[in-house]
Design a protein around this ligand. Sequence first.
Ligand code: ASP
Length: 309
Amino acid sequence: MKPALIVHAGAWKIPEATHADHIAGIRAAAEAGWAILASGGSALDAVETAVSIMEDDPTFDAGVGSVLNRVGEIELDAMIMDGSTLQLGAVAAVRGITNPVKLARLIVEDTDHSLLVGDGARRFAELKGMRLCAQAELTVPREVERYRKLQEVPDYRLSDGFTPDTPGPWDTVGAAAMDMHGNLAAATSTGGVHYKLPGRVGDSPLVGSGAYADNQTGAASATGHGESIMRVVLSKTATDAIGHGKSAQAAAEYAVRTMYERVGGYGGIILVDYRGEIAFAFNTPHMAVAWVDVDGQVQAHLKTRQSAP
Ligand code: ASP
């Protein structure tokens, strides 16, 4: 089968000054993922590689460049899922590693568990010989500055009056792919939301919310307001809609519309269906998406919402 790949790096009002960096980052990720798929590699390897490249890119809220929580710490969430076996690996609120998606992959390969959190996840990383890092290695000046400003706001609560214009970043990264054997995979990685409470876990490592993959329907990765995404189990809602006969594009739009109508949520989703059709939908002002077109060329775009949510 012809492989398919789509990646994203968040959906929000992405500041114009960072559009070029977003586009360059998603392009690099899509190119690396595609190189794996084009040479016969697995969808799982492709999404892991694409996401880890975006984790290394300080532009995004994942790995290096992640947001700081309320006590000035970086806690990372990630998930990877294999659509051929429905196996998944996820980590939540883990500190001191650069590539949580790689740790999530090790959970798939080397454990009979699905989700490890906090210190346990970090201990597992150490056990597997992953390099542990100091928080300074993940921290960028942009996020220190944001943190300092937020500290000056009394009783800051992100969920109060959440709108598509709510200040970001909402730069979670993700990928969905189909390989030559028709196997699907999805991965998502994030630093979560800025100024979150310590221990807050978003949608990204929750199966069916931040990602889902099933060879019989589709592979999806989500971004946006995590508390809304998890309430409608956004990724599974989208892949189930494919199972009920919707096209990939109709399913992506249906899932985002459902989130808005049921819980007033904002965000976006990427999808690859079991036929290799790719799609994305979002109800925020922008979404950063890259995919590989029918000629094998990477298309990387900062998309602007055309209509009201
Ligand atoms: N969904 C992520 C979270 O709530 C944030 C994002 O998409 O940027 O943790």
